[in-house]
Design a protein around this ligand. Structure first.
Ligand code: BGC
Ligand code: BGC
Length: 834
């Protein structure tokens, strides 16, 4: 058999070394002398012969670091752990490199300690280093894949893979869940930015080099998610890809051939369905196609609780998935039950022993080929890589990638590049916000809850501009700080999508900010002052921004550039001598939509382009972009303004507060007031982490509030005319002890509050309810609906708890219970009938 791993440039496990490695621990499996034969496959086969069923099953299990202790690894012989997005050693977001290494060493020592009966095989740790080692504070954050697709440079992406692998090595981690070779076809998909391109040929041209580069650094790579992730109907994350096999493979499978040729050691199965069936349970795809047809010889890992999504399965039990070809089960929490179930299913015959042997053989082969058996303590190897994390060369590489990824879509009168000696106003929510420019999968899972201080080596777009403009004698101001006597030469507006990741990033139309157009208002305001406007759009996908484009003289699609914001200034500004410093080299990796939806069938992707794939101007292009049409084609699906659905939506952020600090931001894992009087935690309702548990302890008796706020107020007057309501889906954990108020603010102290104690008292505890309050009630209570910045605030001082699944401002109350407006001094009561 051809050795699949040789091509990867990995030293095929130095077979002698395996024996030597065992010396430090006489009981380690590495000491069995099983490795005298010549290939990892043969060595794995020898090792397999010595293993019990329990030991084999242990190798097939991958738990999450917050759910698996070193002692668990010793006792159960787990083959692998992962850290999920936003999961860190000891749950500490600010964990140091030493913290990561300590945990890696602990797991390693436990894995080779056979005193608990495990096989003594080194554990393998996997991580989502999908744009740099993005869970680690201080790591270089590279542009997300979509921007690298715009760069159209296979060598650049291979260098980035290598750099990322070196940063990963510095933390003692062995395995990266990348590259993603998805081919995004409907940009409503929330993972579009994880796709390099909608053109499968471009994705395929990157795949091999990335795998090779990563594995040459001694880190195991993963091609994911097999197969069809980017092709789901309506762009639904984890949805259904409805295609004939041939197209499924030629489009969405295009990256796998080159990845396999390059020796990729693992493939991750995809959450999506194919023509109705979950891929995780599909033997035809996972075995016949992936192995038989495409020749993959490594091991298949399931996605996060992915087996649980197969019909008839749970997270901890799915013989179909194992029989279909899943070799290692990513079962973050329920791994104990998964072990027991697997053992039982082998004993009962539901899973043939031969299938277990095959899976474990593949896992062991990969571990041996990756050199894990003779590597020793993770921290020892890591020490040589320590200075790689956020290193100057890596940041320079990232900055170069940012420059190459920028796509210039419009440049009237060749406004760009700008003279660095001029006076500029830099504005917009993304101007000085490294978290926003980095997107999802950055420190936290959804990329939310980060501030500039979380990027000790990063540069915001504003500070990148500031450095160069001030050095050239120009002046640059953030909005609100322009002195009266300064005249501005141009406005640089940085706006776009707030961070999101899987599931929570799905949208139903490509129209940007419908119906509020907050960013557009900002642009028009400057346009009306006669100032030239340069738009820098931060987004994880092409968006329908015709209005914003018409309101800008120059327009740059900057995607999600990551921590090196200085790369934007490099291309946006000329050198002080007037020369172009860096040309705009980015070309669209996906077509830019001419419409918000597909007019023929809104379930299909938009198929008309304002700018075709491959488009992009350079600074000398003299192209005038005719005004783009400004009408959305579909009636907006609804006029609803979601405030919270799955997570905070649009411009809304969740805060907690009381007199000790009125605005404590609730992060991706929740938060609490300084006195812990009020806490918010993240819970699962319909999907993972889509609801919040809000608890008032009542201990301090201090009025404490939870609320959603936006930096820009919105106008709800029309909504109110049309019968608008504030809709809430909630479940009481207990009846409130004291008085509870519901408030809507028009920038405090402008506010309207209503007493909701009585209606809440009337609700059944532990049941979900949909409640609605007419916007007019708030108006009557004092809210100026013309400028609402806090649409929902709940305050109480006594003990109380509730779960919140949704907050929406809507014109229709649908099935919700509509609360009566409180009369003069009485609390709101639920209207009869409902
Ligand atoms: C984890 C992510 C994972 C996601 C899957 C999150 O809690 O942190 O790594 O991808 O769940 O649903
Ligand atoms: C994602 C994968 C990721 C895994 C581990 C899943 O939810 O789909 O891309 O590698 O979680 O975090």
């Amino acid at each position: 058999m051809m050795n699949v791993f040789r091509a990867a440039g990995l030293a095929v496990a130095s077979v002698m070394g395996l024996v030597l490695a065992g010396c430090s621990d006489p009981q380690s499996a590495a000491d069995t002398g099983a490795y005298q034969s010549g290939s990892p496959e043969a060595a794995a086969a020898e090792l397999l012969k010595t293993m019990t069923l329990e030991q084999k099953v242990g190798q097939m299990i991958q738990g999450e670091i917050s759910e698996v202790t070193a002692e668990d690894v010793r006792r159960y012989g787990l083959g692998s752990v992962l850290n999920g997005g936003g999961s860190f050693p000891d749950g500490n977001k600010h964990a140091s490199i030493d913290d990561w290494l300590r945990v890696a060493d602990d797991y390693y020592r436990a894995s080779i300690d056979t005193s608990g009966g495990n096989a003594g095989i080194p554990i393998i740790w996997g991580t989502d280093a999908v744009h740099g080692h993005n869970n680690v504070i201080g790591a270089t954050i590279f542009p997300h894949n979509i921007g690298l697709g715009a760069a159209r440079d296979p060598e650049l992406v291979a260098s980035i893979s290598a750099a990322t692998a070196r940063e990963v090595k510095a933390t003692g981690i062995d395995w990266i869940f990348a590259p993603t070779v998805a081919v995004a076809r409907d940009f409503r998909w929330g993972r579009t930015y994880e796709s390099y391109s909608s053109d499968e040929a471009l994705v395929a041209s990157y795949a091999g080099g990335m795998v090779e580069a990563m594995q040459a650094e001694g880190v195991v790579a993963t091609a994911k998610h097999f197969v069809g992730d980017g092709g789901t109907h309506t762009g639904d994350d984890r949805g259904d890809t409805r295609l004939p096999l041939e197209t499924l493979l030629s489009v969405h499978g295009a990256g796998y051939g080159p990845a396999i040729d390059a020796g990729v050691m693992t493939v991750m199965a995809s959450f999506n369905r194919w023509n109705g069936d979950k891929v995780h349970g599909n033997k035809h795809l996972l075995t016949e196609v992936l192995r038989g047809q495409l020749g993959f010889e490594g091991f298949v890992v399931s996605d996060w609780n992915g087996i649980g999504e197969v019909e008839g399965c749970t997270d901890a039990s799915c013989p179909q998935a194992i029989n279909a070809g899943i070799d290692m089960v990513m079962v973050p929490e329920d791994w104990r039950a998964a072990i027991n179930n697997l053992i039982f299913q082998v004993q009962s015959g539901a899973i043939p022993m031969a299938r277990i042997d095959e899976a474990v053989h593949r896992i062991l082969t990969a571990k041996i080929a990756a050199g894990l058996m003779d590597r020793g303590l993770p921290s020892k190897v890591a020490s040589a890589y320590r200075d790689q994390v956020g290193s100057a060369p890596h940041r320079a590489l990232a900055r170069d990638a940012v420059r190459r990824s920028l796509v210039l879509l419009k440049n009237e009168q060749q406004l760009l590049p700008l003279d660095p000696g001029g006076n500029y106003l830099v504005t917009g929510p993304g101007a000085d916000n490294i978290g926003m420019q980095s997107g999802g999968w950055t420190i936290s899972w959804q990329g939310t809850g980060n501030s500039n201080a979380d990027f000790p080596v990063g540069t915001s777009i504003f500070s990148g501009l500031q450095q160069q403009i001030e050095a050239a004698g120009g002046r640059v101001y953030l909005a609100g700080s322009v002195p009266e006597d300064v005249s501005i030469d141009a406005v640089i507006a940085v706006y776009g999508e707030r961070p999101y990741a899987e599931m929570q990033g799905d949208i139903s139309t490509l129209a940007w900010q419908q119906p509020d157009f907050v960013d557009l208002e900002m642009l028009t305001q400057y346009q009306e002052q006669g100032l030239p406007v340069v738009s820098i759009l931060l987004s994880g996908r092409p968006l329908w921004v015709n209005r914003e484009m018409n309101a800008s003289q120059a327009f740059v699609a900057a995607w999600l550039p990551g921590s090196e914001g200085g790369g934007i200034a490099d291309v946006l500004l000329r050198a002080p001598d007037g020369e172009v410093q860096y040309e705009f080299l980015g070309r669209l990796p996906m077509p830019w939509p001419a419409n918000d939806i597909n007019p023929d069938d809104r379930e299909l992707p938009v198929s008309t382009a304002a700018f075709p794939i491959g488009y992009g101007l350079d600074s000398s292009s003299q192209v005038t972009v005719a005004a783009l049409h400004e009408e959305t084609l579909g009636q907006p699906i609804s006029t609803d303004r979601p405030v919270f659905a799955g997570g905070p939506r649009g411009p809304w952020q969740l805060y907690l507060g009381n007199e000790l600090d009125w605005a404590v931001a609730s992060g991706p894992r929740g938060g609490s007031t300084l006195d812990d009087q009020l806490t918010v935690s993240v819970i699962d309702y319909q999907v993972q982490e889509d609801a919040r548990r809000i608890r008032w302890s009542g201990d301090e008796g201090r009025p404490s509030q939870v609320y959603f706020r936006s930096d820009t107020a919105i106008n709800l007057t029309d909504m109110a005319h049309n019968g608008g309501v504030l809709l809430m889906e909630l479940r009481l954990g207990e009846i409130p002890e004291g008085e509870v108020t519901l408030r809507m603010d028009c920038t405090w102290p402008c506010s309207g509050a209503i007493d909701v104690t009585e209606p809440l008292n009337g609700l059944e505890v532990n049941e979900w309810h949909r409640l609605a309050v007419s916007l007019d009630c708030f108006k009557a209570a004092g809210t100026n609906l013309g400028r609402v910045d806090v649409p929902f605030l709940v305050s109480t001082s006594g003990r109380f708890s509730m779960d919140l699944a949704e907050v929406t401002i809507s014109e229709v109350a649908d099935d919700a219970l509509v609360m009566r407006c409180p009369r003069s001094d009485t609390a709101g009561a639920l209207a009869g009938g409902m």
